[in-house]
Design a protein around this ligand. Structure first.
Ligand code: PHE
Length: 347
């Protein structure tokens, strides 16, 4: 092996042993630098004859090309290793599933309410909202249910230990019926002194409260009150409206409606409305869905209207019950437990 071949091998070995780019540059200087070994060889050329210079010069140049090639190869290898290291450190697994924000959905009770509002809206009913903390007068007295009347015990009311400015005890409304009075009073006042008054046609959905808790009762539940008062509104209108509502709500006319005599202080006569599906899983069982009746003349009077002129019907339906039947839920409390495994099924 010639001295030049030895030198090339030495350079290749040195470069290969350099673990970092900085050390590689030092190794380069040892061969190609100002006082590097290749430079020393060049300097030695001066002492040679013209002929010898030519051949030796060409050989040294070839050696230089060889050393530079080895240097470039090692630089590339170190850069590639560095990149590899960086990529590993900043590892990004593009096959991982993305982090998405969960999408929410409407609560099944909200959905049921929106359905109810849309259906009654299509029949010309206004939608009203009112307070959940009520006065004794609106919850009971105005509804023809005076203090100490035994009918008050029909509802296990939550009383609030506080009176309003008229000395009336406050309560968490046990039904949406106070909205009959509130809405009708405002309506009557608005058209007072006018020859004719537009009919009152309203539903009032919302939260209601009773001391009650089992698979079909929750201390907080939802009702929708309905009221239609005019000069000639009868039970046949109630039947038509309710049948229309219930078939639209359940999207079937495979059902029957039944009015079962009942008692409420604020309606006379009064009836429970039962429905029975003629097909499906609930087929053949009568299910109670609503209280109803012809608005009692005393209640018409308390609304600020003349019972000799105005007559109508009211109903109060359990929204949770309707939602349970529609969605096939058998425990009402599931609606209020806040368990996403249950609720997300309604998205
Ligand atoms: N408010 C009654 C209840 O909660 C239902 C009802 C409303 C009955 C309107 C008749 C008329 O039980």
């Amino acid at each position: 092996m010639t001295d030049l071949e030895n030198l090339l091998q030495a350079a290749q070995a040195d470069f290969a042993a350099a673990p970092t780019p900085a050390e590689l540059e030092n190794a380069k200087a040892r061969f190609l630098g100002k006082s590097g070994r290749v430079t020393e060889l060049m300097k030695g050329l001066g002492a040679l004859s013209i002929e010898e210079k030519k051949t030796r010069g060409a050989e040294i140049n070839q050696l230089k090309v060889g050393i530079e090639a080895a240097l470039t190869a090692r630089r590339d290898a170190l850069a590639a290793a560095e990149l590899e290291k960086q990529l590993k450190a900043e590892a990004l697994d593009v096959t991982l599933p993305g982090r998405s924000r969960g999408t929410g959905g409407l609560h099944p009770i909200t959905r049921a309410m929106e359905r109810i509002e849309a259906i009654f809206g299509s029949m010309g009913f206004d939608v009203a909202d009112g307070p959940e903390i009520e006065t004794d007068w609106y919850s009971f007295s105005a509804l023809n249910n005076p203090e100490n009347h035994p009918a008050r015990s029909m509802q296990d009311t939550f009383y609030v230990d506080m009176k309003d400015e008229n000395g009336s005890w406050l309560n968490l409304r046990p039904h949406t019926s106070p909205m009959q009075i509130r809405y009708a009073q405002a309506h009557a006042k608005r058209y007072a002194g006018q020859e004719t008054m537009p009919e009152i046609r309203v539903i009032a959905p919302g939260r209601t409260y009773r001391v009650d808790s089992d698979a079909t009762h929750s201390p907080m539940f939802h009702q929708v009150e309905g009221l239609w008062v005019g000069e000639n509104i009868s039970f046949k209108d109630l039947k038509a409206v309710y049948l229309n509502f219930i078939t639209a709500f359940f999207e079937t006319d495979q059902l029957q409606l039944r009015f079962r005599p009942s008692y409420f202080p604020f309606t006379e006569p009064s009836a429970e409305i039962d429905i029975m599906f003629e097909s499906g899983p609930l087929k053949g069982r009568w299910l109670e869905v609503s209280g109803s009746g012809q608005v009692h003349p005393q209640v018409i009077r308390n609304m600020g209207l003349d019972p000799e002129r105005y007559i109508g019907f009211a109903f109060g339906s359990g929204i949770d019950r309707l939602a349970m039947l529609r969605y096939g839920v058998n425990d009402l409390r599931a609606f209020f437990d806040g368990d996403l495994r249950f609720l997300s099924q309604f998205k």
